[in-house]
Design a protein around this ligand. Structure first.
Ligand code: GLN
Length: 310
């Protein structure tokens, strides 16, 4: 067994034994029902090695991790013009906060808070029926992961829709500033469905490969985005990927990362690895508690932090 294979197993074993695991998201029944003791980890290296541990093949709701793929898709459609409608600064507020929108004329701070992701969904909806827009995103994610089995969890999508009053408020508020171009319910439909994409750690780590390979699906493979765009998406993940805990995640882990309230995190060690971790219990900022700890251990042991070697 290689050192990395051993490390991945050791981290999974250590994480399994930790009793304090945070709180599972409870705003919708399908997420509240997930067992907090689950833990999955997958590391795909630049050389194409795949290391799995724990529940790495168990699908979970990727939730806000979908914002990375939706952003990539929107940049492909409108390019840098996207930045006229959404900012690139950390928000310093919770993922679903509305406060900053009044001050800043309906322009969300970044594409990874809910308000920003709604603008991104609105961009991806242009010229399409909602069903087609979400189908396009799903096809893109399947292509990235090289796995046609990835699907939307419809009960999760319906529950998001039935309870998403804050998101509905955000979309309507931005509509009042002209920064949502479609009927808000259509844009929200796209957003709720992208949140409901279910993936396992293997699929997620595979889907993140283009961000470790400077925009290529794999070395010598198809180009997904330019190397500059891959760098910039990584920069946004590092500065904004964990909401108002993005600074703490950079401090502890030191990698671009994007979390979701399903307890997943996608982290990228550029040129080295694409990593997916899943543990459903969340900390106070809505990020996976044990998932963050696992990434902290992994980054410390491998020296993969973008801020310098161990
Ligand atoms: N569906 C959730 C919401 O929109 C996603 C939030 C998240 O994963 N942080 O509130």
């Amino acid at each position: 067994m290689t050192d990395l294979a051993r490390l991945v197993r050791e981290i999974a074993a250590e994480m399994a034994g930790i009793p304090e695991r945070g709180e599972v998201a409870s705003y919708i029944a399908p997420l509240a029902a997930v067992d907090p003791s689950r833990f999955g980890l997958c590391v795909v290296t630049a050389e194409g090695e795949v290391h799995l541990a724990g529940d790495a093949l168990e699908p979970f709701s990727i939730q806000s991790i979908s914002k990375v793929f939706a952003l990539t898709q929107a940049l492909g459609k409108v390019g840098e013009a996207l930045w006229q409608r959404v900012g690139r600064e950390p928000s310093g507020t919770a993922f679903n906060s509305i406060v900053q929108l009044e001050r800043e004329q309906g322009i969300p701070r970044n594409p990874f808070i809910n308000a920003g992701a709604l603008v991104v969904a609105d961009v991806n909806l242009a010229g399409h029926a909602p069903r087609v827009a979400i189908g396009e995103l799903l096809r893109f994610v399947r292509h990235l992961a090289d796995d046609d089995g990835i699907a939307i969890d419809e009960p999760v999508a319906r529950a998001e829709q039935a309870t998403g009053f804050r998101n509905i408020a955000l979309a309507n508020y931005m509509k009042a500033f002209g920064n949502i171009r479609h009927p808000p319910e259509l844009t929200l439909g796209v957003y709720f469905h992208q949140c409901a994409i279910a993936m396992n750690c293997l699929q997620l780590a595979m889907a993140g490969r283009y961000l470790m390979h400077g925009g290529l699906l794999q070395p010598g493979g198809a180009r997904i985005v330019s190397s500059r765009r891959a760098r910039r998406i990584n920069a946004l993940m590092l500065t904004c990927g964990h909401y108002d805990a993005s600074g703490d995640f950079a401090f502890r882990v030191g990698l671009p990362g994007k979390s979701g309230v399903g307890g997943g995190i996608l982290a990228i060690a550029p040129g080295r690895a694409s990593i997916a971790v899943w543990s459903p219990g969340l900390n106070a900022n809505g990020n996976s508690q044990i998932g963050t700890l696992a990434l902290e251990r992994l980054a410390e042991a491998t020296g993969w932090s973008v801020f310098g070697a161990a």
